[in-house]
Ligand binder design. Structure first.
Ligand code: ZN
Length: 189
């Protein structure tokens, strides 16, 4: 496994603004990419990471909202969405920026998981938020496009590093406990 370089906005605007292509065939390369994306997400203390964020224009994202069971969604499609809620978000591709984003509270998503099996996931609350953020990435949309503009604020690099270290520590703690159940809602997606 390898840690991949993360695309940063606005430097890597081109890849981050592309509409990603569907995956037509699952190959060993796809599996390797997914493994590397999971490692990269953990290294950055994120809870989700989309392929364009590692410079790959394909409809894939990985996630782990805190149960220690990372998975991927390939070619995700939202088939149902309902409810509204405003909540905090941040993004590994837009360092230090935080803000409040309106999202659906429940979505149903279909796609392929990391093993290539067709899945249908009924996601609510935080998982639904993470999925919407990541699916947006696959369409070239960033959380700052949807955020309430007056809610956006920037933290310092020191604060960001502290949060990241804290996120890694929490994740390690969860790992030792055999996978905790507490979603960590202050980590960037
Ligand atoms: Zn993001």
């Amino acid at each position: 496994m390898a840690i991949l370089p993360i695309a940063i906005y606005p430097r890597d605007e081109k890849i981050l603004r592309e509409r990603c292509k569907p995956v037509t065939k699952l190959t060993d390369r796809t599996s390797r990419l997914i493994e590397d994306m999971i490692e990269t997400m953990y290294d950055a203390a994120g809870v989700g990471l989309a392929a364009p964020q590692v410079h790959v224009s394909q409809r894939i994202f990985v996630y782990d909202i805190g149960d220690g069971k990372p998975d991927a969604l390939i070619n995700p499609e939202i088939t149902l969405s309902e409810g509204d809620e405003i909540g905090p978000e941040a993004c590994l591709s837009i360092p230090r920026l935080h803000g409040d984003v309106p999202r659906f509270t429940r979505i149903v998503v279909t796609g392929l998981n990391r093993k290539g099996r067709r899945v249908r996931i009924d996601a609510v609350d935080y998982l639904a938020r993470v999925f919407q953020h990541e699916i947006d990435h696959l369409n070239g949309i960033l959380f700052t496009d949807r955020a309430i503009q007056s809610s956006l604020y920037e933290i310092t690099e020191e604060e960001e590093e502290e949060r990241r270290a804290e996120g890694r520590k929490k994740r390690r703690g969860r790992g030792e406990a055999g996978g905790g159940i507490h979603p960590v809602e202050d980590e960037p997606i």
